[in-house]
Structures are given as C-alpha cells and as structure tokens.
Design a protein around this ligand. Sequence first.
Ligand code: AMP
Length: 125
Amino acid sequence: MAYAYDDQNIFAKILRGEIPNNTVIETTHTLAFHDIQPQAPVHVLVIPKGPYVTYDHFAAEASDEEIVDFTRTLAKVCKMQRVEADNADGYRLISNAGAHGVQDVPHLHVHVLGGRRMGRMVEPA
Ligand code: AMP
C-alpha cells in the first residue's frame, strides 16, 4: 500500500507559510522549529520539507540528498540547543508513526527532547 500524504496537515501548512512557527533552523530540505506544547526545556521538531508521512516512509522513498540534509540538520539542532551527547547532557529522539505509535500529525517529525532527565521510554503494556 502506498503512503497517502494529507497536504492539509498542520506541518504542511507551516511549510507553506500558512501558519507561523518558531524556527530553529531551515535548510534546503529540512525545517526545525520549537514544539508549541513543549514536554521538556528543549523540545524541537525536525521535519523534512518533502511529503513524507512517517520515518519509514522517508527512509524508503526520500532522495539521498534529503536524507543527508535531514540527518545533518538534526545534528545541528542538537548543538544549537546544547544537548549533544559529547559536550552536554544528551537528549531523546522520538518519532511516532501511525496508530500504535500514537502519531497526531501525519507528516514525519522527529522530536528532540532534552534539558532534563527523561522518564521511562514507554509506558508498561
Ligand atoms: P505527534 O503526536 O508525534 O504527532 O506530535 C505532534 C506534535 O506537534 C505535538 O508535540 C504538538 O505539540 C506539536 N504541534 C502541533 N501543532 C504545532 C504547531 N502549530 N507548532 C508547533 N508544534 C505543533
């Protein structure tokens, strides 16, 4: 089954400039911005500009250039937010996908969370 991308999702609207965002960094293929409801002192969302629904969709179908740009931008975000694991105290990356992942916005985003010690990785079943 092909991934169906809904271009009315809120991050598509942010990418089209229809609603504002608090940008951390923007590159050719990637945008990083502060989460509107932060769950930690650092809570940045990193999204590709292309129409990808989930991480596996992006990993399977994005171009090498998009994947490299996304990955390098994520590294820059960690440094800019001073959470990189070599000099600072680290962070957690989360990318929710689909129903079991409890994904709210159907445009790939990686949450970069830091600035405090995180709790359990997942709730017990
Ligand atoms: P998820 O549940 O993984 O799909 O996460 C969606 C995230 O998007 C949540 O953490 C929301 O707080 C965040 N979010 C929703 N709308 C906006 C917005 N307009 N600007 C920034 N973050 C948003």
